[in-house]
Design a protein around this ligand. Sequence first.
Ligand code: ZN
Ligand code: ZN
Length: 346
Amino acid sequence: MKAVVKYEEKPRATRLMDIEKPVCGEDQVLLKVMAAGVCGSDVDIWNQNIGFKIKTPVVQGHEFCGVIVEKGERVKHFQINDRVVCETAAQICGECVYCRTGNYNQCPNRCGYGALIDGAFSEYVAVPERILHHMPDTLSFERASLTEPCCVAYNAMIVKTQIQPGKPAVIIGPGTIGLLCIIMAKLAGAYPVIAVGRSSSANRMEIAGQLGADILIYSDREDPRDAVRKLTGGIGVPVVCDCAGNTSTFKLSMDIVAPNGQITKVGWGPAPIDVSIDPIVQKGASIQGSFSHTWDTWETVIRLIDAGRINLEPFSRFIFGIDEWEKAFEAMDSRQAVKSVILPNA
Ligand SMILES: [Zn+2]
Ligand SMILES: [Zn+2]
């Protein structure tokens, strides 16, 4: 079968290969992949610009959905031909305190698709029943493939962040996750929702506006510190979500967060943060990390997407066949696309 394989830990050492179809284990299904989203982290893996562990060779891709074509004998709740969308925790230990308490996204032995386990930029992928979710009939594969980043944003803004209706929230970085965090902040009732980004991401900032961001701050035209000071009478905002993750955006987060406020850091930084974090002490603020998601978040987000409460219209414009995987990656890398989606069986 065709698969997009990162074959060596070097920049751009990814290519389309013909590899064996995966074997379906007894508690797994074999999935015909119908749609798979390209994550910023897929582009980072491609460019070898990563702060997490991968194995090589590995089939890339972890945001996917499809149709079950084979099932193992211990699979109970899913049938052949079922349309399903899948979580990313391909392997967990099932025995640690996190697994036992449903927080398996923090399992120290977690192996994710597209990094440590062969992923979904391929015609078929093997998936354990544990991480499958039924897709409503009304939901298209293209939209369903966006469930995973929506769950990342939901976990960050709803599960991990104290948003209060009518209180402002700043979201820094209008990448896919940043834009989805804007949607979640709106759903939670934050007002105004303030998006911070650069003019080089003007098309994404425009989308931030379409998704409901009340105020757009272009950080290369105006210092966001001044803008936030003016908007809040000098106090700062109770919630800042850093979806960029580098030193300068983290410093900005500390500067604009209000006393007793919260900074949620979702973006990974390729380099260590190089700044004093004493403002956190002085402001009595908190720094909250957010990583991945769990089963309940998936069920909730699938309901929200299917009901149209999460507007994915601006995300579904860049669709590619598997032979065009490089174009799909390029479109993300050059920030042309907010989200590329690959259809491996189109
Ligand atoms: Zn992702
Ligand atoms: Zn575990």
